[in-house]
Write a protein that binds this ligand. Sequence first.
Ligand SMILES: CC(C)(COP(=O)(O)OP(=O)(O)OC[C@H]1O[C@@H](n2cnc3c(N)ncnc32)[C@H](O)[C@@H]1OP(=O)(O)O)[C@@H](O)C(=O)NCCC(=O)NCCS
Length: 187
Amino acid sequence: MIFEPRNITLKNGAVCTLRPTHPDDSEQMIDYMKRTAGETEYLLRYPDEVNYTLEQEQTLLRRLMEEPHTVMMVGIVNGEVAGNCSIGGFGEKRKLLHRCSMAIALKQAYWDLGIGTAMIGYLTELAGKIGYSQMDLEVVADNVRAQALYAKCGFVPTGRRSRALKFDDGTYHDEIIMVKYLDQEVK
Ligand SMILES: CC(C)(COP(=O)(O)OP(=O)(O)OC[C@H]1O[C@@H](n2cnc3c(N)ncnc32)[C@H](O)[C@@H]1OP(=O)(O)O)[C@@H](O)C(=O)NCCC(=O)NCCS
């Protein structure tokens, strides 16, 4: 979906623009995906699994801009994609329409500047406007940085998926399931 760009001032004084991802961002987005996949173990893909062509990425970003129940947001600092976050629904079944799934990742150079907090704040507003009543996510159990951010932003842990991930080094990792309720009354 399309939403209003929003400027935020970061902890280092730089300005970051939060805006919808555009097909023109495709080259930068592919670079961002490869880079973040190599900078942290806590994303699902390894760098060699980022195989989108420029054309595929352009098509995807164009489709996501038109999709009314999906938010695909970038944070731009000095013309560079610093990070990306998204919410998306679970399909058309009525029993699932209240839920969306949230994802976020920033390039390491942009960690700890407040972008994550601002992105989740804006995503929360947009999720409410779309009509979602909760945001769901899964986070690797060892990823204390992300869990600290989510807790600060109002997510609560609701479960654990044992051995959800197996890294290339052969180690297994659990995932924590977290939820942020957007309505007052939780049933
Ligand atoms: C997780 C991530 C999105 C956080 O974004 P960010 O912009 O760095 O977060 P913010 O700067 O808004 O806030 C982070 C908060 O966590 C706290 N924090 C940072 N590192 C921490 C740590 N190791 N332990 C506990 N808390 C920590 C900070 O103090 C900060 O809180 P504060 O602003 O109240 O001081 C970012 O680090 C990232 O992209 N990581 C790699 C990808 C990833 O793990 N994505 C999540 C997958 S589920």
